[in-house]
Design a protein around this ligand. Sequence first.
Ligand code: PMP
Length: 461
Amino acid sequence: MGILEENRRLEELDKKYIWHPFTQMKEWLEDKPIIIAEGRDCFIKDIYGKWYLDGVSSLWVNIHGHRKKEIDDAIKEQLDTIAHSTLLGLSNIPAIKLAEKLVQIIQKSFPLPPHPPLTKIFYSDNGSTAVEVALKMAFQFWRHKEVDGKNTFVSLNNAYHGDTIGAVSVGGIDIFHKAFGPLLFKTYKAPSPYCYRCELGEEYPGCKLACLKKMEKILKTRSNKIAALIIEPLIQAAGGMITSPREYLKGVRELCTRYNILMIADEVATGFGRTGKMFACEHEDAMPDIMCLSKGITGGYMPLAATISTDEIYNAFLGEFKDLKTFFHGHSYTGNPLACAAALACLNLFEKEEVIKTLKGKIEILEAWLKNVLILQHVGDVRNVGMMAGVELVKDKKTKKPYDWEEKMGWRVAYQARDNGVFIRPLGNVIVIMPPLNISKQNLNQLLKVIRDSIVKVTEG
Ligand code: PMP
């Protein structure tokens, strides 16, 4: 079979057999799919040999680039011993070594007292499960402490914590979550710290963080019902790269402490350098009680997640077998040795290549570009934390009137960029920029140039 014939066959088979996530399949079936055959550095190549800059890190997971030798080698080496064994009733070497490494890294990130350190690693295999674990852990913690009634959670409007039912229950994006309303457990919703479209009609900094005050009201009056508050620190990513104002996160931490509510930081998107520090919570010294990690943990190689708790939470689950204090949760691939070996190699690379230090110059390039893009006719707002950025397109800049979502403006820009060798995936009217952290300055400039040209062409052309 010739190569063209084989490519067409793959396209047909894809359409025949694959149901793609977050995708209207009717549209997919009418389109020509891009099928990726290879990756290298911060590029991905389709089956026809066309290379694209991976502008969203293969859905926010890739850190050190594709086919990074050290991670490739670590997986191959692990394959020569064992690919998988269970963590239910057994342990394995990479899972142990990775747990130690994660605890050390987190302790380095939060050196200041009086934080109770995060010391216990509970593995799972994706961001949603990391969140499910955190919610169940927080809920059960209070049971074991014999504190009654703390049966619900506080989450934020515009929050996204994953797609399993628990994670959706603490989500706050109507377009994704509303359909499942009848299935969800009740949570209290705090305002989203979305300054460009403040839901309280206030303006920063004159508002003096009115959204935080509103949150405090919920916590103060309902603290006896709330097990935990869950938050995406500094940036509500899937909600539209919504960055919170300075001191907001610190304020959330203080409120949780004041009202005896556990703080869960969902660092699934922000963890591992994306924000310019290892963890987003570091920026405001807001150490959570439970931290959820996934995505970048393996450098974008293997599915792996970790939910990390304090000793106090862990200790509450200790007891006699008959006490039934066991944390009854676990997945078949929990602590998978191949994934843990990849993660260890990924974390070692952070040290070896001093990744965090290398980001400063790139963040400056990104921020200068964002400033420059803000002057465009249909750009309403630009936002970033470190290497996570969003450009919000608007129909009318003066009134902030958004494009109707059916217009798919974000997608039109993304398709335009795709034609010019850049792969990005928007969130509604927000263009997302989140390349692998190892991207060279030259490639970053190229990525940004194509995106700017695409915005101009689609919105002004
Ligand atoms: N939490 C956050 C903050 C996320 O951004 C995501 C995914 N975008 C998730 C959880 C869910 O992760 P996963 O897709 O691996 O289930």
